[in-house]
Design a protein around this ligand. Sequence first.
Ligand code: URA
Length: 292
Amino acid sequence: MPGTIAQELLRILAAQKASGKTCAWISPQNAQAFFYGNPARQPQQPVLQSQPQPPSPKPVAKPRPIVQPQPVAQPPAPKPEPVKIVPTGLVANLDWTELEAAALACKACPLYAGRKNLTFGCGCKQSKLMFIGEGPGEEEDRQGKPFVGRAGQLLTKMIAAMGLDRESQDPEKGCYIANIIKCRPPGNRNPSIEEGKACIQFLHRQIQLVNPKAIILLGAVPLNFLMGKRGITQARGNWLEYNGIPVMPTFHPAYLLRFEKSEDRFVQEKRKVWSDLQQVMALLNLKRPQTT
Ligand code: URA
């Protein structure tokens, strides 16, 4: 076992001298120990280097205090403008039954003519969480229920991973799912501005009736039509606000399915969505079940 640090240094230096070395480099810390005593004042710093390999002798210097770089204060990011919309006109004050009947009778855009069924919305109407997609696809149109096709199956799994059950009518367990438009556009194309504008009044009233504690927007279309924003890639993961309700934009499950065949990218994009969902889970105090 070595003795004091100074003794150990002497031993190393003597060994080096015996092997023919005529000079040796000592670190400032070791010099401190050698000339001024045990550097216990600096417990964090390494003191003994048994194999110093300097290019040339260096002058012994007193150790300087280490100055930690101070983080530069960043100005807070500007908060996006909260959206405030009070449903008026036709839908104002309608209850659930009246609202669905009004949507069924609506001919404000041509889409009603091509649909098989109205896809109004589904889930628990007292839920604390609402999902909003863009519009019904083929399977949704056939069943008259949102998110029941392939993208819907992935959404169902995402909901389960959040510790919720889309079929539950328990406000603590369930969620409510709706779309920007209620009738299927031909060929699953995105809704036009006119179609979106004509239909969104029903969604405004649905949100008012559910009065959720958080809303998750699935993809660019609801981000644009509900919040007047573009750019889902930048917006995702960042809280927005609609009528005082926190809104989390994330990618649409159909976007994720595009990468199904390239495992790495699929996992990468799913992780982004999962981190967005986790923010919502933290807000609503939801726990991921052990089994999913
Ligand atoms: N995609 C949507 O945005 N909504 C649905 O209901 C189904 C697929």
